[in-house]
Design a protein around this ligand. Structure first.
Ligand code: MF3
Ligand code: CO
Length: 235
């Protein structure tokens, strides 16, 4: 899994260099697909459940599963780019939210805290710890800023399939859930809203937006649970 995860990490670094105001999300998706294939990997999202593109690109109030299209990325937008790659039968999955030019301070803060939520989540995480401690830590950090924790999408196990058990919610009660075993591969992915956490799906069947249309951020890494901590494969 280190190889697909390394490719996802490099793809997101490449996105960081290429993303700019004035380009369409489809143009960015084409660059992402080329990059992944140039590494001898396959973009896992393409065709998954009928998803029509290589990456999920979600702007502002789009929480997840934005479909790349003719929409233009604009100055002041936040853009979540979620990339999954498949190499040698294993998947790697990560997401970053990029700030385009001058983003409002309150929105920049949301992006920063969403990333912090991931690092809070893995604090003290190791084999033997209960699964829902992850969500407890994400929720505690996010809600201390008054943010909404998205409920209807979660992290997940990963390996030969992009989505495996267990589901990894970003909310929960400390000390509950299955005890994690060494060697478990998880995608830990806080999705945090500036306002209300409720989302609805647009008519395309994919695009999830916040009901209040306020922005949301997303940050994700693939990790392996070890006896003494977690190994982050996409950093
Ligand atoms: N990282 C996203 C997830 O875990 C990837 C979804 S790909 C899609 O949900 F095809 F379902 F969009
Ligand atoms: Co994921």
């Amino acid at each position: 899994m280190r190889e697909p995860c390394r490719i996802v990490k490099d793809t997101l670094a490449f996105v960081g260099e290429k993303i700019h105001a004035g380009m369409t999300t489809k143009e960015l998706d084409v660059l992402i697909e080329r990059f992944i294939r140039s590494e001898g990997a396959r973009p896992s999202c393409l065709g998954y459940g009928g998803f029509p593109a290589s990456a999920c690109i979600s702007i502002n109030d789009v929480v997840v599963h934005g479909i790349p299209d003719e929409r233009i990325i604009r100055e002041g937008d936040i853009v979540s780019v979620d990339v999954v790659a498949d190499k040698n039968g294993y998947h790697g999955d990560a997401c970053r939210t990029f700030c385009i030019g001058d983003v409002k301070p309150e929105v920049k803060k949301l992006v920063q805290v969403t990333e912090e939520c991931f690092f809070k989540a893995i604090e003290g995480l190791r084999a033997g710890r209960p699964l829902f401690d992850i969500g407890y830590r994400v929720q505690k950090h996010a809600e201390s800023f008054g943010y909404g924790v998205i409920r209807s999408y979660t992290g997940h196990g990963i390996g030969k399939e992009m989505h495996e058990d267990p589901s990894v919610p970003n909310y929960g009660k400390l000390g509950t859930g299955v005890r994690l075993k060494a060697g478990t591969a998880l995608c830990i992915e806080p999705m945090i809203a500036l306002g209300d956490w409720h989302v609805r799906i647009l008519n395309d069947g994919w695009t999830a937006v916040t009901v209040d249309r306020k922005p949301a951020a997303h940050y994700e890494n693939t990790v392996i649970v070890r006896e003494d901590g977690v190994e982050i494969l996409t950093l």
